[in-house]
Write a protein that binds this ligand. Structure first.
Ligand SMILES: Nc1ncnc2c1ncn2[C@@H]1O[C@H](COP(=O)(O)OP(=O)(O)OP(=O)(O)O)[C@@H](O)[C@H]1O
Ligand SMILES: [Mg+2]
Length: 377
């Protein structure tokens, strides 16, 4: 796919600011040779929002992005960008910029030529091209490199040029498909910060960011949609989704989670907390609309588990410490509760007791969430 194909046909002649547009999927279904890989997907992305589309390999992230770009045609459903139904529009009329993993720059063109490519394809006037290229390179911090060839740049610098190339056409929406996955971990982290800065400079730009790296998503995104088997299994504001994942797949995809099987004793009252039972212990956790007798998982993040009671309301689990595996920032414990070994991951355990010792683990009700075990029926 070329950037020329993505160049916005209706880009304003000399606007400085990007006009972001909302993107909406309305029951969008995609099939390849009859095999459905995107189940009817409904999702709204607000103008100026960074939405991270995350999920394991093969879950349909790229397919969803390609449907927005117009490189794959849905078998049913509609896609809107702003108020325009783009489902039947060719890619170059959708006003998008796109950067994919390993986006090969044209090796025989200097950086400035690469960035100008989409504008040339639009037959933009020379002065406008010069202005837009300079703008786009400045935004990604590559202005001093305009005369270089791609082979004279690092991988991270090449990806920044690819982003500048997508921005030069002043897209309404920027589609990024694993733009950093070819880079090593350290450069990736600094590039994530640069994309965050880019969005601060262009707050109206709507960004769909595909990744399977949850830390990139947590760092960058206003909202996250988690895909699984061609469908969205969770969607919400980033911090909410991390703090109150709806199901096990989302809880485990967004970071480490302690998951304790429990049974609901008293459903959530108006305050949004339910009382549950794990063996003989009763615990309180955030939970809405629960029904007594239902099996749930109680989810607590490792940083919320402590060895000392910090609050009178704290939940307490008592057990015998059987194993301690220290892993730097994380400590894995195996706790025996009523004869059953339970694995616990924690980050805040200063003085580690010896195996064989009885210990109490504490966590606040507000740090505990009842979730659905969608991976085990
Ligand atoms: N052109 C194609 N023809 C047939 N099947 C395809 C095609 N492109 C993708 N698929 C299938 O569609 C499903 C979703 O693929 P997609 O590329 O959207 O996954 P993804 O979530 O982007 O994965 P990854 O993280 O590996 O990039 C996969 O099962 C894949 O094999
Ligand atoms: Mg993909």
């Amino acid at each position: 796919m070329s950037v020329s194909a993505l160049a916005a046909s209706d880009a304003p002649a000399a606007a400085v600011a990007v006009r972001g547009s909302s993107v909406s999927f309305d029951k969008v279904t995609v099939a390849y040779r009859g095999a459905v890989v995107l189940k009817p997907m409904t999702l709204d992305i607000a103008a100026g929002e960074i939405l991270a589309l995350i999920g394991p390999s093969g879950s349909g992230k790229t397919t969803a992005l390609r449907a927005v770009a117009g490189f794959v045609r849905p078998v049913s459903g509609r896609i809107r960008i702003g108020t325009t139904d783009v489902t039947d529009l060719p890619p170059y009329e959708r006003g998008l910029g796109m950067v994919v993993q390993n986006y090969a720059l044209f090796p025989h063109m200097r950086v400035e030529g690469n960035v100008a490519f989409g504008l040339h394809a639009q037959a933009a006037p020379k002065a406008l091209v010069a202005e837009r290229v300079a703008d786009a390179l400045r935004i990604v911090g590559m202005a001093p490199y305009a005369k270089r060839y791609p082979r004279e740049l690092s991988g991270g610098q090449q990806q920044r040029v690819a982003i500048a190339r997508a921005l030069a056409v002043r897209p309404r929406v920027l589609l990024l498909d694993e733009p950093l996955s070819a880079l090593d971990a350290q450069i990736r982290r600094s590039m994530v910060e640069e994309i965050a800065r880019l969005h601060r400079d262009l707050p109206d730009l709507t960004i769909l960011y595909v990744t399977h790296d949850q830390s990139e998503a947590l760092t960058l995104a206003d909202k996250i949609a988690i895909m699984k088997d061609g469908a969205i299994s969770a969607h919400g504001a980033t911090a909410d989704l991390y703090r109150r994942p709806p199901n096990r797949f989302a809880a485990e995809f967004l970071g480490r989670a302690n998951l304790l099987p429990v049974t609901v004793l008293h459903p959530g009252t108006s305050n949004g907390f339910a009382t549950v039972r794990s063996g003989a212990v009763s615990l309180v956790a955030a939970g809405q609309d629960e029904t007594a007798g239902t099996d749930r998982l109680l989810c607590v993040r490792p940083q919320h588990v402590t060895l000392t009671r910090e609050d009178a309301q704290s939940n307490c689990i008592q057990g015998v410490l059987r194993e301690v595996h220290w892993q730097g920032e994380l400590t894995h414990l195996v706790l025996e509760i009523d004869g059953t070994p339970i694995r616990v991951v924690a980050t805040r355990l200063p003085a580690l007791p010896r195996p064989g010792t009885a210990i109490d683990l504490f966590f606040a009700p507000s740090d505990a969430t009842l979730i659905v075990d969608d991976l085990n029926g």
